[in-house]
Design a binder for this molecule. Sequence first.
Ligand code: ASP
Length: 311
Amino acid sequence: MTKPIAIAIHGGAGTILKSMLTPELEAEYTLALNEAVSAGYKILKQGGTSLDAVQASVVSLENCYLFNAGKGAVFNSIGKHEMDASIMEGQFLKAGAVSSVQNIKNPVVLARAVMDQSEHVFLTANGAMEFAKARTIETAPDDYFFVQHRYDQWQSVKDTDHYNLDHVAEPTDKKFGTVGAVALDSLGNLAAATSTGGMTNKKYGRVGDSPIIGAGTYANNSTCAISCTGHGELFIRRVVAYDISCLMEYKGLSLKQACDVVVYDKLVKIEGEGGLIALDTAGNIELPFNSEGMYRASVNTQGKVFVGIYK
Ligand code: ASP
């Protein structure tokens, strides 16, 4: 009997209401999510690894201007794109992460290189960029990352103490456009990856949950694979991704029970808005969020494709 394969992706959570998207934009998001989930699923289908699958899906989302990762990353308080990313596999618990990198076309590829080609788990800022240069990781000029509506978002909060989650319609609305993927391959191995530009007008040097193993990303074959999106500070304080794994490992909760406790109770209690994608070794998929919407897609163990945006 062949082992089950499955994959899920997200393109950020937040105040995403049907009334805010034109039919054209909704169609564009749907297409981009479809393409990204297919990129990873194709690899799994051909017998590839979950690590390669999550990387391929995240690269596809990073290359799409609609999402806050890679091209389309938000502006920080000094008008730069500082990006964070991480990747982890569930068999040996190997992981790689980078934070505050600039001009790296695909930060998830750099996180993977840290995992595969260094003795370290986490490199930051200039050190991470030097590491990239030495390995000919693809770079891109500032122009490549520029997207007008992200610039407009930044202009509306620039020079204030506000920092915004992505996909905002109004400066006070909250939307997070981080991207991520979780996958289960035919060898039964789980993997997770997350990539983000962070939050609009975040302080120079601010790092969110996305590159932090255990907060925004986690994978462990004995429990689950998780990638988060939401207000990073709260996700760090709740150690969200690892907490779900712990609830399964120590308390024997199912994937769904563990996700529900963390997303709808523990996070809500500290006003931690957002969501996550989760997958276990049986191929169960959970896509919980406590915000208005979350860009998400999955292909389950039956090969059934799902794409969702709103609640
Ligand atoms: N979690 C990300 C951060 O705080 C933001 C997001 O999910 O869009 O950096």
